[in-house]
Write a protein that binds this ligand. Structure first.
Ligand code: MG
Length: 160
């Protein structure tokens, strides 16, 4: 088994929705980003890559590269999972913590888990998404952006 950790922060800019775990959530800001700004999928990709020491999402999909402009981050995730499988591993389980003061995410958690588990070819019971605030402290509490922590466990496919 291999364990991986990922962390990402995206700042807000003017806008009216957030992409989080592939779910478009109405909000009074959007993420400032080269891709669709899905900070949760970016943290998850870094955790998956980190588990096998395959680098990070910035090395695979450069934000200087125009082909990734406004890119659907789910495509990054699927590509990363393909690389994991090519190395002889599958996703065991993942656990994400989204740190956001607003909006409230509880109603979206199930859709997030569903989309992520599809993209990782994994059972939804293996995919945990949680949300918390920082009690109004710091840049997250002051609603300047969102942070996401991700932990994953990978299992070798040739071992039962
Ligand atoms: Mg990012």
């Amino acid at each position: 088994m291999r364990i991986g950790h990922g962390f990402d922060v995206h700042a807000f800019e003017a806008g009216n929705y957030l992409m989080l775990c592939g779910v478009k959530i109405p909000h009074c800001y959007s993420f400032k980003a080269h891709s669709d700004g899905d900070v949760a999928i970016h943290a998850l990709c870094d955790a998956l890559l980190g588990a096998l020491a395959l680098g990070d999402i910035g090395q695979l999909f450069s934000d200087q590269d125009q082909q990734y402009k406004d890119m659907d981050s789910r495509l990054f995730l699927r590509e990363v999972v393909q690389r994991i499988e090519a190395e002889g591993y599958r996703v065991g389980n993942v656990d994400l913590t989204i740190v956001a003061q607003a909006p409230k995410l509880a109603d979206h958690i199930l859709s997030m888990r569903k989309l992520l588990s599809e993209d990782m070819r994994s059972d939804i019971r293996q995919v945990s998404v949680k949300a918390t605030t920082t009690e109004r402290l710091g840049f997250i509490g002051q609603e300047q952006g969102v942070a996401v922590h991700a932990v994953v466990l990978l299992e070798r496919t040739d071992v039962n």
